[in-house]
Design a binder for this molecule. Structure first.
Ligand code: R2B
Ligand code: URA
Length: 304
């Protein structure tokens, strides 16, 4: 059975867990936060935008960038990691924007999202938009392009997120917010320095064989089979490949959050497997989703 997403009433985050109400305390272990130890409504109640991405340093850099983009006082150099008590994830707050790292892959992003979504619920946040800003491998697109995901698909090109729960496979849909895709695309028109496109994003459980790479420690297929698979993905509408989007779309969608995925492509997978661009080029590429999302947030806040 496929569970479907629905927008919750009053813009509140919708927690689909009947057991949570019976708990007198909720410890958000991997974030080093909790309902008894922290005043979550005071700390986070007015958060409107949550941006998540793999690397702690990149999410700190994004918070500093947002600090400037929002015209806040100071240079943003002294931002405090709200999750400093744990080294699992890093979290920064700048005005209405929360910037959080999620590590690599579905298990890591899933743990972070369970705790983040409960945090937003405990804090009574309303009308939150959540965006993953990440990196990816492109498919038939120029390296450095930014892909706004219209559909997150699995390695069989299906819009599904499968998880084993109590020994059974539970299938969840991966719908994203179509209006948000259009809003982000409209914002990209004001940033002509790099190509931005809308396409399907394939999410895999592995970077190497799982993404059809020939350069891992193991490889069980030929170059011809690899290219045949990647071309089939391209024909199915896939324009980039990464490792979190299906879980992100499923969890956020089911909990009533408006969600989007915006990833830069570091290479064209039809041309190779290894990421050979220089550090400076990669650093600039990784700023591209940040620039687009900053333009989106500024536009939402009326700060054009
Ligand atoms: C993109 O980049 C990481 C792998 O290098 C992974 O987290 C992803 O989705
Ligand atoms: N991230 C991925 O998951 N795959 C790539 O090819 C590049 C970045």
């Amino acid at each position: 059975m496929t569970e479907t997403s629905r927008r919750s009433g009053g813009g509140l985050v919708h927690i689909k867990n009947p057991h949570l109400e019976a708990m007198d305390e909720d410890v958000l272990y991997h974030l080093d936060l909790g309902t008894k130890t922290h005043n979550l409504p005071a700390m986070f109640g007015d958060v409107k935008f949550v941006c998540v991405g793999g690397s702690p340093n990149r999410m700190r850099a994004f918070a500093q960038f947002m600090h400037k983009e929002l015209g806040l006082e100071g240079d943003g150099e002294d931002l405090v990691d709200i999750c400093a008590g744990t080294d699992r994830y890093a979290m920064y707050r700048v005005g209405p924007v929360l910037s959080i790292s999620h590590g690599m892959g579905i298990p890591s992003v899933s743990i972070m999202l369970h705790e983040l979504i409960k945090l937003l619920h405990h804090a009574k946040c309303r009308d939150v938009t959540i965006i993953r800003i990440g990196t990816s491998g492109g498919l038939g697109v120029e390296a450095g392009s930014v892909v706004i995901t219209d559909r997150a698909v699995d390695a069989r090109f299906q819009p599904r997120f499968e998880q084993v729960v109590l020994g059974d496979v539970v299938v969840r849909g991966t719908d994203l917010d179509g209006a948000l895709v259009e809003e982000l695309l409209a914002c990209s028109k004001a940033i002509p320095d790099f190509p931005t496109l809308v396409g399907h994003t394939m999410c895999t459980y592995d970077f190497y064989e799982g993404q059809g790479r020939l350069d891992g420690a193991l490889c069980s297929f030929s170059n011809e089979k690899k290219l045949e698979y990647l071309k089939r993905a391209h024909d199915a509408g896939v324009r980039n490949i990464e490792m979190e989007s299906t879980a992100f779309a499923a969890l956020c969608g089911l909990c009533g959050l408006r969600a989007a995925v915006v990833c830069v492509t570091l290479l064209d997978r039809l041309e190779g497997d290894q990421i050979r661009a220089s550090h400076d080029v990669l650093r600039e590429f990784q700023q591209r989703p940040q620039r687009l999302v900053a333009a989106f947030i500024r536009s939402r806040l009326g700060l054009r």
